[in-house]
Design a binder for this molecule. Structure first.
Ligand code: PXG
Length: 464
């Protein structure tokens, strides 16, 4: 068969897929018994599956398709670049115009103290790059004992060795005997899940002070960096209380420790600023990026490097022995430039801040009135619904965590919308081009999905 073979019946495609394709993060035995969903086309915020059904892409692919699907401005830029220079490397004293132009562009978009980019092909590679950069930086600064990187439980930084280690997903650590040495985890600022005994602001400070305590226990002279997502994505859209980031900044400012803001999801307009760091006024030393950089049209990632770290590493007088065959890939860089051009031309960042963001947030938050929803939260275009069995006791969770979330996710798909489930919360992160009508459809479908899920749970005895 060919890549365009949507002439085959769904069942035939599912059988071939089941026979040969190992999916990421999947229990393949049960997936193959059920059969995968097959997406064949996409346009704007709409996916089409192999049965010809249209489904609203509430997750922008996998948190990445900022400009929507099917944008010919990007595909044409890619084709032009393919014909001109499909590949050349950026090693051995060489570069090329797409990498040069993209670097200049990113330096302009990034906060003022960030003017340098190191390229790779994914968010995971970006965090592997961060891992080596941070440690090498302190070596060059004459502080080779500063090696420990502090991450957070339930943070996500990718699935390579460094990405998994820096992240705080216990199920991932269990496979491959991770984390690697020299990584320490602190608690996350997850008020709904872990902080309801305190006010949000008290809990934000409390969670930040875990960082202070960890640094003081490990020793400032041993700690190289703290890494965190401005808002945790894969962990369940954990929006920190407003008191959290200012306190983290105070703690790090008082100590000589680098701050890495993982912008892989929050970057490129998701929170109504070019970077999530700007939304929270984080001022990081390093910013890993990927996803929205190309809107997912081609794989590309990078690390945006502050002047302080760039000068420390680049003026050290020897090589940083790190890089990838596809670092700065010309076609991916052309896709990124075309994508950033659309984001700028259509004012998508400002649109999230002042138009579609507030519009969707207001409607989304109203879902908190539903009997299944304990909390409805959203910042920018990144939201979550916490499903609970009893609204009178918000600390009570469903048994067998994750089962109810999966039931709700499947019902959402049947109702014509992709929502992702994390534990028993439902997540959305739609393309930034979502129209008001599409936002209405999104919320109406979420509401219908909650109703259908409620009926199912009642029928199956989940609600007592
Ligand atoms: N950092 C963050 C904050 C991410 O969200 C990565 C790094 C790794 O990027 P790559 O390109 O290597 O995947 C991510 C990726 C999910 C899901 O189910 C989330 C991600 C990837 C796959 C699934 O929510 N985020």
């Amino acid at each position: 068969m060919t890549a365009h073979s949507n002439i085959y019946p769904t069942k035939a495609l599912q059988e071939i897929d089941a026979a040969h394709h190992w999916h990421p993060f999947s229990d393949m035995k049960s997936l193959n018994a059920e059969g995968s969903r097959i997406i064949t086309r996409a346009d704007g915020v709409w996916l089409t599956d192999s049965e010809g059904r249209r489904i609203l892409d509430g997750m922008a692919g996998l948190w990445c398709v900022q400009v929507g699907h099917g944008r010919t401005e990007i595909t044409e830029a890619v084709q032009r670049q393919m014909n001109e220079l499909a590949y050349y490397n950026t090693f051995f004293k060489t570069t090329h115009p797409p990498a040069i132009a993209l670097s200049e562009k990113l330096a302009k978009l990034a906060p003022d103290h960030i003017n340098t980019v190191f390229y790779c092909s994914s968010g995971s590679e970006a965090n592997d790059t961060v891992f080596r950069m941070v440690r090498t930086y302190w070596d060059k600064m004459g502080k080779p004992d500063k090696k420990v990187i502090i991450g957070r439980w339930n943070g996500y930084h990718g699935s390579t060795l460094a990405g998994t280690s820096l992240g705080g997903m216990k199920a991932m650590h269990a496979q491959g005997d991770l984390p690697v040495e020299g990584v320490h985890h602190i608690d996350q600022p997850y008020w709904f899940g872990e902080g309801q005994d305190m006010s949000r602001d008290d809990f934000g400070v409390h969670a930040a002070r875990k960082l202070e305590r960890a640094i003081d226990q490990l020793g400032e002279d041993k700690v190289a960096a703290f890494i965190a997502e401005p808002i945790q994505g894969a962990g369940g859209v954990i929006i920190p209380p407003e008191s959290y980031w200012p306190e983290v900044r105070r703690i790090l400012r008082e100590r000589d420790i680098l701050l890495v803001a993982d912008e892989v999801i929050c970057g490129f307009g998701r929170l109504g600023e070019w970077f999530g760091s700007t939304h929270f006024e984080i001022e990081p030393d390093l910013m890993p990026i990927a996803k929205g950089l190309t809107s997912g049209y081609l794989p590309m990632g990078g690390v945006l490097v502050s002047d302080r770290v760039a000068e420390g590493l680049m003026n050290a007088g020897d090589d940083f022995n790190h890089g990838y065959t596809y670092s700065g890939h010309p076609v991916c860089a052309a896709a990124a430039l075309a994508n950033l051009d659309i984001i700028e031309r259509e004012g998508l960042v400002g649109r999230v801040k002042t138009d579609i963001g507030p519009y969707l947030q207001e409607r989304w938050r109203r879902l908190e009135e539903h009997p299944l929803v304990g909390e409805a939260r959203m910042t920018g275009l990144m939201g979550a619904l916490e499903l609970v069995p009893d609204k009178k006791d918000l600390k009570k969770a469903f048994p067998d965590v994750g089962t109810v979330g999966t039931i709700c996710r499947d019902i959402s798909f049947q109702n014509g919308m992709v929502m992702r489930a994390v534990r028993d919360s439902m997540i959305i992160s739609p393309p930034l081009v979502l129209t008001h009508e599409e936002a209405d459809f999104l919320v109406e479908t979420a509401e219908k999905t909650l109703d259908d899920t409620y009926q199912r749970l009642k029928k199956d005895g989940w609600l007592g």
